[in-house]
Design a binder for this molecule. Structure first.
Ligand code: MG
Length: 289
């Protein structure tokens, strides 16, 4: 979703390399829906979305959150081995069995849709509520075709595409309240974007994911190193919950979060978190006052 210079908010096709964008309504006269409408009707719409003409300069537009999911975001905890180990060492994990170095089944929690903010929007500091603000760079999967009881072998047919998420976490709340929901769901705790990339244009098995705080590289891994891969996550979730178009699955974060350091290095007002996934783009957000 883009905010254009004329004040209009619209779904648009983006060419990052050429720095151009095309409002969907200009390619599909009469279209007045959002990204969710595109995803729901993708098979019919996609062939008609080829950009034509020069479009508009991308640099004159501002990226808004690319998707406002229809319900809570599904998230996966401890899904990279080195991160599971750093979390266990940190003392902030109240959920692991003694001596457990990686979970035996996917650890699933959710974040509310109200956590979602766009690229460049400040992450609220929530200073009176948490003293332990942390970042988590993640690959997010966007569900296209819904369904229940989706088999691993057919799971990728249900993926519409991908984006970048920052699973911002209040570590003190996550530990104190045992269940993770509260520490993960403060307003503004899920920067998402800068845009969505459709499944045909991205290979999640090989992408490099990196995260910087200011200019210091903190996380550097491959999205193919998940303990539980994307088909397993879709099969696990859909076994008893019908997935819907526009559902988001945050696949987990690699090692290098703030609690991985000794002492922990929590986010401070004025710092900037920048996450890059090769093949998708860069999502960056300042920490608000
Ligand atoms: Mg996470």
């Amino acid at each position: 979703m883009l905010h254009l210079t004329d004040g209009q908010h619209c779904a648009a096709v983006v060419d990052e390399r050429e720095r151009r964008c095309w409002p969907v309504a200009e390619l599909l006269p009469g279209f007045d829906g959002d990204i969710l409408a595109l995803i729901r009707d993708w098979e019919r719409i996609a062939p008609r979305l080829a950009p034509s003409g020069h479009g508009r300069p991308l640099d004159e537009a501002r990226c808004l959150a690319p998707l406002r999911p229809p319900r809570n975001l599904f998230c996966v905890g401890k899904n990279y081995r080195a991160h599971a180990a750093e979390f266990a060492r940190s003392g902030f994990d109240r959920t692991a069995a003694a001596g457990e170095d990686a979970p035996e089944a996917p650890v699933i929690f959710t974040k509310t849709p109200q956590t979602v903010i766009g690229d460049s929007e400040p992450i609220p500091r929530h200073a009176g509520t948490t003293a332990a603000l942390d970042y988590e760079a993640e690959l997010a999967v966007v569900i296209g075709r819904g369904g229940r009881g989706i088999a691993r072998e057919r799971a990728m047919e249900h993926v519409w595409g991908y984006t970048i998420a920052n699973d911002v976490t209040a570590r003190d709340l996550q530990a104190r309240h045992r269940q993770w929901f509260l520490g993960k769901s403060l307003d503004g705790f899920c920067p998402l974007g800068p845009w969505l990339v459709s499944a045909d244009a991205f290979d999640p098995a090989r992408a490099r994911i990196r995260c910087w705080v200011d200019d210091e590289l903190r996380q550097d891994a491959c999205t193919g190193d998940l303990i539980f891969d994307i088909p397993t996550l879709i099969a696990t979730l859909s076994a008893g919950i019908a997935l819907q178009p526009g559902d988001l699955i945050l696949t987990g974060t690699p090692a290098g979060v703030g609690i991985g350091f000794e002492p922990p290095r929590f986010l401070q007002a004025g710092q900037r978190v920048r996450i890059a996934i090769d093949g998708i783009g860069t999502l960056q957000n300042p920490i608000g006052a």
